[in-house]
Design a protein around this ligand. Structure first.
Ligand SMILES: [Mg+2]
Length: 229
């Protein structure tokens, strides 16, 4: 069976330096005429965009009508595009990510996809900002489900459609930075390589029983070996 690697984005591949969360609040201010300083802090770690939108709409007492949600997401994505293109964009790639992805793609033993709470367009924007988008075949996104635990089967099915290969859950490794990434791997019987580059340090991820836990992904040869062997 071929190996399937499913990468989370925020906190795992990159950090937008707050541009993602700020764009969500920009859209709230624009659409609902509220002030960001009056909103409770967002809990974004491991969340899906759909889950965040539900939380935000609930906080301002709005019903999640499809047109309102669509308008909110379009506004959010407009602000995200603007912030990602800004000269002072504070985002960074996590240590070793660029060379690791190049190494995995060149090796060819694994198919590489995404399992992210970002909606597809937002995921593409963030990856494109760093030139990472060509490395990923397809995946599951925040548009597919509010519950991250439902995204694994979607990612496996989409990747199969694109590559023509079938994947067993035991051949899937989810790479992510939060307890929710670990849980969504467990939900499909897959392994999780947890990485302490996001909101959670490695020591606080280990109690959630990932298959493996690393401080970061900078040791390219070692990470390649654990992901491909
Ligand atoms: Mg993350």
């Amino acid at each position: 069976m071929p190996r399937l690697l499913l990468f989370d984005i925020d906190g795992t591949l990159l950090d937008t330096g707050g541009a993602g969360g700020a764009s969500l609040l920009d859209a709230m201010e624009e659409i609902f005429n509220v002030r960001r300083q009056d909103m409770p802090p967002l809990n974004l770690a491991g969340a899906t965009d759909g889950g965040v939108v539900r939380e935000l709409f609930t906080q301002v007492g709005r019903v999640m009508e499809p047109e309102a949600v669509q308008r909110y997401m379009d506004t959010y994505l407009g602000h995200l595009e603007r912030r990602l293109a800004h000269a002072d964009f504070p985002g960074v790639l996590m240590p070793g990510i660029e060379i690791l992805l190049q190494t995995l793609v060149a090796d060819g033993r694994a198919d590489i996809g995404l399992l992210t709470g970002n909606v597809r367009r937002g995921a593409h924007m963030k990856l494109e900002r760093f030139g990472l988008h060509p490395h990923f075949v397809d995946g599951a996104f925040g548009d597919d489900a509010e519950d991250r635990n439902l995204l694994g089967p979607v990612a496996m099915q989409r990747m199969s459609q694109k590559t023509g290969r079938q994947y067993a859950a035991t051949d899937v490794i989810v790479i992510g930075d939060t307890p929710k990434d670990i849980a969504c791997a467990h939900a499909i019987g897959a392994r999780c390589l947890a990485v302490g580059t996001g909101h959670f340090k490695a020591d606080s991820l280990r109690p959630h029983s990932p298959w493996l836990c690393l401080e970061d992904l900078s040791d390219t040869a070692s990470v390649r070996d654990v992901l491909l062997s």
